[in-house]
Ligand binder design. Structure first.
Ligand code: DGL
Length: 267
C-alpha cells in the first residue's frame, strides 16, 4: 500500500466538498482527489438505476488514479449505490450513512431521530435500516427535503435569510412534531444550513453526515497505519460540467477558495 496514494472523494456536485473540508482539516498531509458530477446534479431526484450508473462512472473515473481509499461523499449515492460500488471496485470504500447513524444513536436521549435527506435517500430507507441495525427500538423519522439542495447551490443558506427560514421552518416543523431530539443532516449540502437549523430549533442535537464520515475515515486510516506522514499535499478537483462555475461556488462548501485548477472531464 502506498501511503502517498490519493483519497478519492466524490459527490453529485459541490456538496461533497463539505466532506473534503473536514478531511483536509483533519489530515493536512493527505493527497486528495475530488470529483463532482455536476453535469448530473441533482442525484436526489433521480431513479435508483440512474444513480447507480452515475456512481459507477464517478468511481471509474477516480479509479484511473492510484487511490488508497474512497469516500462516497453523497448520501444519495451511498444509500442507493453502495452495494454496487463494493461489488464493482476492489478498494476500501467509506460512506456517510453508517457514521452519521452511529453518531445519532450515540447522542439521542429519547431514541427519536429525524433525518433530512433527498427524496432518493429517503425512498431507499438506508438511514432507517442503518439506525435500526444499531438500535432496533429507535424511532426514525425521515423527511425528503427537495428544496434544500437548490437553495444551497444558489448560496441561500444563511440563518437571517427569510426564504431559508421559511422553507427550513416548514421541514423542521414536520420533523419536530414527532418529538425528535436528534436530527441527521443526511445530505452533504446541508451542513451549510447548520446555523439556520440551530437558530430555528436550538435544542436539537444536529449530526452532520459530512463531519462523521471524515472522522470515520481518519480513525480507520490511523488504526491501519495508512496515514501519509510526508508533509505537503496534492489537491485536485474534477467536475463533469462548467469548471469555472464550480470554482466560483466552492468557497461556501470548502470554507476557502480553490486556489488550483478545476478540470472539466467528459466521462
Ligand atoms: N449531496 C447529495 C447528498 O448528499 C445531494 C445532492 C443531490 O441531490 O445530488 O445526498
Amino acid at each position: 500500500m502506498n501511503r502517498n496514494a490519493f483519497i478519492g472523494i466524490f459527490d453529485s456536485g459541490a456538496g461533497g466538498l463539505t466532506v473534503a473540508k473536514h478531511v483536509m482539516e483533519l489530515l493536512p498531509n493527505e493527497n486528495i482527489l475530488f470529483f463532482g458530477d455536476t453535469a448530473h446534479l441533482p442525484y436526489g431526484t433521480k431513479s435508483e438505476k440512474q444513480i447507480k450508473e452515475f456512481a459507477v462512472n464517478d468511481v471509474a473515473f477516480l479509479n484511473r488514479f492510484e487511490l488508497k481509499s474512497l469516500i462516497i461523499a453523497c448520501n444519495t449515492a451511498d444509500s442507493v449505490a453502495r452495494e454496487t460500488l463494493l461489488k464493482e471496485f476492489d478498494m476500501p470504500i467509506y460512506g456517510v450513512i453508517d457514521p452519521a447513524s452511529r453518531k445519532a444513536v450515540q447522542v439521542t436521549k429519547n431514541g427519536k431521530i429525524g433525518v433530512m435527506a433527498t427524496t432518493a435517500t429517503v425512498r431507499s430507507n438506508a438511514y432507517r435500516k442503518a439506525i435500526h441495525r444499531l438500535n432496533r427500538d429507535a424511532e426514525v423519522y425521515q423527511l425528503p427535503c427537495p428544496l434544500l439542495v437548490p437553495l444551497v447551490e444558489n448560496r441561500r443558506y444563511k440563518k437571517d435569510d427569510m426564504v431559508v427560514r421559511l422553507i427550513l421552518g416548514e421541514y423542521l416543523d414536520e420533523l419536530t412534531a414527532n418529538d425528535i431530539d436528534t436530527l441527521v443532516l443526511g445530505c452533504t449540502h446541508y451542513p451549510l444550513l447548520y446555523d439556520a437549523i440551530h437558530d430555528l430549533v436550538p435544542d436539537l442535537n444536529i449530526v452532520s453526515s459530512s463531519e462523521e464520515a471524515s472522522k470515520a475515515l481518519v480513525s480507520s486510516l490511523t488504526k491501519t497505519g495508512q496515514l501519509n506522514d510526508e508533509p505537503g499535499s496534492i489537491r485536485r478537483f474534477y467536475v463533469s460540467d462548467d469548471a469555472e462555475a464550480f470554482k466560483k461556488n466552492a468557497d461556501i462548501f470548502l470554507g476557502e477558495n480553490i486556489t488550483g485548477e478545476v478540470i472539466q472531464v467528459a466521462l
